[in-house]
Design a protein around this ligand. Structure first.
Ligand code: CU
Length: 669
């Protein structure tokens, strides 16, 4: 075993000490985990089934028959342990505080913690009660905080230059940047607008600024390597072409034709080295008003890795009301006082590379969730921001793979003026902002009267019923309030806004979609929607173009899942508590509870209305454990786009999405 370890170390170009902040014992654990994963099993060859857009039959050339594929795809008949045991363990732990939390944890949660702790450790003190000593052996600590300024558009974040009128030509390639003064340069994957990215300071470095109502054509040409480098651990059971890099840009929140969406139901193989993806972004109104959307990679089975590697950018739309300038006609801060905050957690190796741990389950590389022990904002580790004592607008995006954050400015009030789908009709006052992966909030914060003070943007564990296995990572960013005001800006928060309250009517149909986790902690660990994996046929969600539907996401797991629907923005109707165990007992099967079964007979209380921050249209919403989430959307297609069009909906914990908590849906004529 020792010589195998050594060989694995050499094969992967690793050194026992090359992981930032950990000692040899921790490193050995990681390398051991990697060693166990050098011969991944091919669970499937992934492609789109016959009859779907994008289907190509390659069985003959690969010599893989349908039967063989089905055999490999067969799910375990072992059903995950009952909901209550795990949820209760989680809740008890949370109530009792961090120390007992680990002791009370169920195996699932403990393993997730240790997975994180092995590599990171510093943020966690795992007590001996957990039965593992490796975390205690970890040494070192996280990097020093608040050493570098926050990159902002035009200063550290590149505002994309068009290559023609309303046209952008991006290349994807690997660059490296120092994300912290004490780290060696970190290799990252980036979208290059042709500028060469000299203006990119960190790992998040690009924003497209567009105008609502004006379409944009874009192309993405891959200059990435043909195969994944050692720091990006692919689980080839989940990918269409093994270790080949196959990327695909998706405009998150885009109202676009299916073939411009960047989704794996249309283009399962994605785009490889030298290939170009061409897209047309409508920016159509009313679907795409002034707002922060984002574009990021959506490679089939590798979204978590490609986004982790850096393939994400901002997509900022302005319109005649919300110009982004100062003075802004809607009475909110603009210009240099309108700042995107893209928050992402990461782990680092000692050589500066991002670290993505691998599973310690034999044959498995994929892990259930990726949590970092360093917080990056706009691509820099724990930055600081100098502000003037006046009002600011922050457009906050949770760009983490899996972390759900409860953000606050140390008790300062926040006024939320919009969410994923654009501005609200009026501001909403908040003290905390709970954002799951891909959720966004447009907020005003007033620093008047705080001259000379140092404040912090902090993160805490979200309150129930939100549930996440994320280890704590409390600090996000430092805010240094100066004493001089260059431009005074708005004096008060505007009483109303030219945005929309989400209020849709007359759903023609209700669809019931279950969220299941199967065979956790085994080699057959997967998650699914409605008991079907991504390739499972037929396409079960088939809304008719132009109609309104209610979709009910029924959470059978102990964790919160942020559910994202492509194409549409939606109204959160509410969340209803129900008896998960009874529903599971009556309808559960080897792949969880199938879809289509109304859980109403199992409700245990009234529907809870949307939270204040869910006032407007959203494209991602939290499905909490113990509840079913009802959303309502109008399934329009862009002008000139004919049904049928196939998109996807999925959990935006990208690890879950990559391991099948994703399904196609087809907008039908
Ligand atoms: Cu999920």
């Amino acid at each position: 075993m020792k010589s195998e370890l050594k060989a694995a170390v050499q094969a992967r170009g690793l050194h026992l000490m090359d992981i930032h902040g950990i000692g040899p014992a921790g490193a050995a654990r990681i390398i051991q985990a990697r060693t166990l994963c050098t011969s991944p099993v091919h669970r499937t060859d992934r492609r789109v089934p016959r009859g779907w857009p994008g289907h190509v039959d390659r069985r003959a050339e690969r010599g893989v028959g349908a039967a063989g594929r089905l055999g490999l795809r067969a799910h375990s008949h072992r059903v995950d342990r009952p909901f209550q045991a795990r949820a209760a363990g989680r809740l008890m732990g949370r109530a009792a505080g961090d120390e007992t939390k680990v002791a009370e944890m169920t195996d699932t949660t403990r393993r997730r913690f240790l997975q994180y702790g092995m590599a990171a450790g510093a943020a966690l003190a795992v007590p001996a009660a957990a039965g593992h000593s490796s975390a205690a052996a970890l040494i070192g600590g996280p990097l020093k905080k608040f050493r570098e300024p926050l990159p902002v558009p035009g200063k550290g974040i590149v505002v994309a230059s068009p290559s023609g009128t309303n046209r952008y030509s991006f290349t994807l390639h690997e660059i490296s940047r120092k994300l912290h003064p004490d780290l060696p340069p970190t290799p990252i994957w980036a979208y290059d607008d042709g500028s060469g990215l000299a203006g990119q300071a960190g790992s998040f470095g690009m924003v497209i600024a567009g105008q609502s109502g004006t379409p944009i054509d874009a192309s993405y040409t891959s200059h990435l390597p043909e195969t994944y480098p050692d720091w990006i651990p692919v689980d080839t059971r989940l990918t269409p072409r093994g270790n080949e890099v196959r990327t695909m840009a998706h405009l998150h929140g885009g109202f676009v034709a299916a073939d411009s969406d960047g989704n794996p139901a249309v283009t399962p193989d994605g785009f490889g080295h030298g290939q170009t993806q061409h897209v047309h972004y409508t920016n159509a109104l009313p679907e795409m008003p002034a707002s922060l959307r984002w574009f990021h990679d959506h490679g089939f089975g590798t979204t978590r890795l490609d986004v982790f590697a850096g393939l994400a950018g901002g997509y900022l739309l302005h319109d005649v009301h919300d110009t982004g300038t100062e003075p802004n006609p809607i009475g909110v801060p603009g210009g240099a006082y309108d700042i995107p905050l893209v928050i992402q957690d990461r782990q680092f190796r000692r050589d500066g590379k991002f670290l993505y741990p691998v599973s310690d389950i034999p044959g498995v590389v994929w892990i259930g969730e990726y949590f970092g022990d360093h917080m990056l904002v706009n691509g820099k580790v724990w930055p600081f921001l100098d502000v003037e004592p006046r009002m600011y607008r922050f457009r906050i995006l949770n760009g983490c793979n899996a972390r759900i954050m409860s953000l606050h400015f140390g008790g300062l009030p926040m006024w939320q003026i919009g969410a994923e789908g654009g501005l609200f009709d009026r501001p909403v006052r908040l003290r905390r902002l709970v954002l799951a992966s891909a959720e966004r909030a447009d907020v005003l914060v007033d620093f008047r009267g705080l001259d000379g003070r140092t404040l912090y943007l902090r993160n805490s564990t979200p309150a129930a019923p939100v549930s996440t296995p994320a280890p704590p990572l409390p600090e996000v960013m430092q805010i240094r309030v100066g004493t001089h005001v260059t431009k005074p800006g708005p004096k008060s928060v505007p009483p109303s806004l030219p945005g929309r309250r989400a209020q849709l009517h007359h759903p023609v149909r209700t669809r019931y979609i279950t969220l299941n986790e199967i065979a956790a902690q085994t080699a057959k660990w997967t998650l699914n929607l409605s008991g079907l994996d991504f390739e499972g046929r037929p396409v079960t969600e088939t809304p008719k173009a132009g109609t309104v539907e209610d979709w009910v996401y029924i959470n059978m797991t102990p964790d919160t899942h942020p559910m994202h629907v492509h194409l549409v923005t939606f109204q959160v109707v509410g969340r209803t508590p129900f008896n998960v165990s009874a529903y599971q007992a009556k309808y559960g099967g080897p792949n969880g509870v199938p879809g289509g079964i109304d859980p109403t007979p199992f409700v245990t209380g009234p529907m809870e209305p949307p939270t204040p921050d869910e006032r407007g249209f959203k494209d991602t919403a939290k499905a909490n454990p113990g509840y079913f989430l009802t959303i309502r959307a109008k399934f329009d297609l862009p002008a000139g786009v004919q049904a049928p069009q196939t998109y996807v909906h999925h959990c935006h914990i990208v690890e879950h999405e990559d391991n099948d908590m994703m399904r196609p849906f087809t907008v039908t004529p």
